[in-house]
Design a protein around this ligand. Structure first.
Ligand code: ADP
Ligand code: GLC
Length: 493
């Protein structure tokens, strides 16, 4: 079974969020599950610089058009400069005028969406279909798996380019329904898409062209990254205006939980830590905590309950719930560390709140992979108070590193964390703290429960051990995707 995996981010070369982690780990897990997987990504400078050429470029069937470069991906390794080839083949869509520029993959350095995003990502979907129908004489996928709105036109182009042949099937995975790829109606003609598709049952979304909706309408199967989020997005509260479209396709919609790459996220071997630990020997965690407290200018108190968040600072992530409860958290002897970047207003609000507690709270703005590992390893509690969360990865890292997740009961957070109710502590299933109403008061309640559990050290230790023993690896999700591919290709499962 040959699968073309189409996305825009790839850890460790280019990452704005969890999409990159999944892009690195899932194809490798699918390969291990017996699929033959190649990736297709735009040749962004950061990606092109990190891969190795592997054979001649493949011209695409368009006059004076782009080509795809055949390359091999490095294996993600944590030690800077220590890159090992994974051998995973990657096609890079080489269109320098569209992809080789200073700034981010979707926005310029000032945070404005690139004005030609419609053309930039339409080309990605078009190239996926061109490869599906034989642009590379040496390799033709049986199925295209497209990720998020950037690749949302791939399922449509597979239908448009079929030219009388049976269209190659597609899977479309929604990582975040809030980002939809919306463009003026005129883009439809500019991209050469049939005007007849610009309808409510097609590409039109409130008078705009929607790449996300294209993926939802034209893919043979839709998945998202947790079972709970798959349900949530069919409701008007969480459907971002696309719940009707999703409900009409509900028999083709399912949720497959993301996994974690435990080669990269393992407290017993993590090369970015000054000490190591596992469920049986926890003294290393105390040393990592002390080192982090020193690094960030926090009081070196081993007994301080350390709450941490590693996150994009956007409205989605819910960190604005924190400032009102910070005084109580610190008064109870807690400390807070936040590593994040994003929205200026959220950044300023957090800075104002945290600066009032010198020695007990620290904010680091920026993207820092090494610090992220140290923070998760040092923390007692990982905060993920998201308004919505399709899957979420940091709560899963927290579980593995004995930093109990404190989460809002939505999406993948609800699917992966079990609250420390007395029953759950008693039956051994408790792994963290879950609050239901999206408010500072509800967050405060969960923070109080964390302090209460900490005072019962035998219970705390039992919950922590259970959290650390849980496994959310990629094997099970990879088998679920493979079964889905087999069904689409009518191969017995
Ligand atoms: P999302 O994709 O919505 O941002 P996820 O939890 O799925 O949320 O994935 C976020 C990923 O990005 C995780 O691997 C997390 O560790 C990482 N991350 C987020 N912010 C930072 C940061 N400031 N520095 C380092 N890593 C970060
Ligand atoms: C998105 C979601 C996040 C998910 C990630 C990877 O960025 O916001 O919840 O974990 O994609 O699927």
């Amino acid at each position: 079974m040959k699968i073309l995996y189409v996305c825009t981010e790839l850890y460790p070369l280019l990452k704005t969020g969890g999409l990159a982690d999944v892009g690195a780990a899932l194809p490798a897990a699918l390969q291990a599950a017996g699929c033959h997987v190649r990736l297709l990504l735009p040749a962004f400078a950061a990606i092109a610089a990190g891969v190795r050429a592997d054979g001649p470029a493949v011209p695409l069937p368009a006059a004076g058009g782009p080509q795809v470069l055949r390359t091999l991906q490095p294996a993600p390794r944590l030690i800077p400069g220590h890159v090992i080839e994974s051998g995973q083949p990657v096609y890079l869509l080489d269109a320098p005028a569209l992809y080789q520029r200073e700034g981010g993959p979707y926005q310029d350095a000032a945070g404005q969406d690139w004005s030609d995003n419609a053309a930039r990502f339409a080309l990605l979907g078009w190239a996926a279909a061109a490869l599906a129908y034989g642009a590379d004489p040496h390799w033709q996928p049986d199925l295209v798996h497209a990720h998020d709105w950037h690749a949302g036109l791939a399922p449509l182009y597979l239908k448009l380019q079929a030219n009388g042949r049976p269209a190659k099937p597609s899977v479309f995975t929604v990582h975040n329904l809030a980002f939809q790829g919306l463009f003026p109606a005129s883009s439809c003609a500019e991209l050469g898409l049939p005007q007849s598709l610009f309808t409510i049952d097609g590409l039109e979304y409130h008078g705009l062209l929607s790449f996300m909706k294209a993926g939802l309408q034209f893919a043979d199967t839709i998945t998202t990254v947790s079972p709970r989020y798959a349900q949530e997005i069919t409701t008007s509260e969480q459907g971002c205006g696309l719940d009707g479209a999703l409900r009409s396709r509900s028999e083709h919609l399912s949720g497959i939980l993301n996994g974690v790459d435990y080669e990269l996220w393992n407290p017993a071997t993590d090369p970015l830590l000054n000490a190591h630990f596992d469920g049986k020997r926890m003294t290393g965690k105390a040393r990592v905590k002390r080192a982090l407290q020193r690094l960030l200018g926090l009081e070196e108190r081993p007994d301080a309950l350390l709450f941490a968040a590693v996150t994009r600072l956007t409205e989605q992530k819910g960190l604005h719930l924190l400032p009102p409860i910070l005084p109580e958290l610190v008064e109870r002897g807690g400390q807070v560390v936040i590593l994040g970047s994003g929205d200026d207003a959220i950044e300023t609000a957090l800075r104002d709140a945290l600066e009032r507690h010198p020695g007990q709270a620290a904010l680091r703005i920026g993207y820092d992979e090494a610090l992220a590992h140290r923070i998760i390893a040092a923390a007692d509690v990982v905060l993920v108070p998201s308004r919505f969360e399709p899957c979420g990865l940091t709560q899963l890292y927290g579980l593995r590193y004995g930093a109990l997740p404190l989460v809002h009961a939505v999406g993948g957070l609800a699917d992966t964390v079990t609250d420390c109710s007395l029953e759950a502590i008693d039956d051994g299933s408790a792994s963290g703290f879950v609050f239901h109403e999206f408010s500072s008061d509800a967050l405060r309640g969960a923070v109080r429960r964390a302090f209460a559990l900490r005072r019962r050290s035998a219970d705390w230790n039992a919950v922590q051990r259970h959290a650390m023993h849980q496994r959310f690896d990629w094997q099970e999700p990879a088998h679920a995707y493979r079964a889905l591919y087999q069904r689409l290709l009518s191969i017995p499962v």
